[in-house]
Write a protein of this length. Structure first.
Length: 81
């Protein structure tokens, strides 16, 4: 999941109209955001920021493990319903 996508979804939920990053997917972002809570989106954003940071800073670890861990957290902690 893209950080820009999540950022735009949070902006939509907070009714912020400026600074959107993914204008070509605006309808999809809005539809996705309508099904989520702001807290859920913030949690998802935090998880994805950690995944990105880990991918950029941790050497010698299988990238698939980092991605699997992040996606598992998204599913179990945020999008479980």
């Amino acid at each position: 999941m893209d950080l820009g996508f999540l950022g735009d979804a949070i902006k939509y939920k907070l009714e912020i109209q400026s600074g959107w990053q993914i204008l070509d997917l605006k309808n999809g972002v809005m539809q996705f955001a309508d099904e989520q809570t702001v807290l859920g989106l913030l949690s998802a954003n935090k998880i994805m920021q950690k995944v990105r940071s880990d991918l950029l800073t941790i050497n010698g670890v299988n990238t698939e493990i980092i991605l699997l861990d992040g996606l598992t957290k998204l599913i179990t902690d945020v999008f479980k319903d």
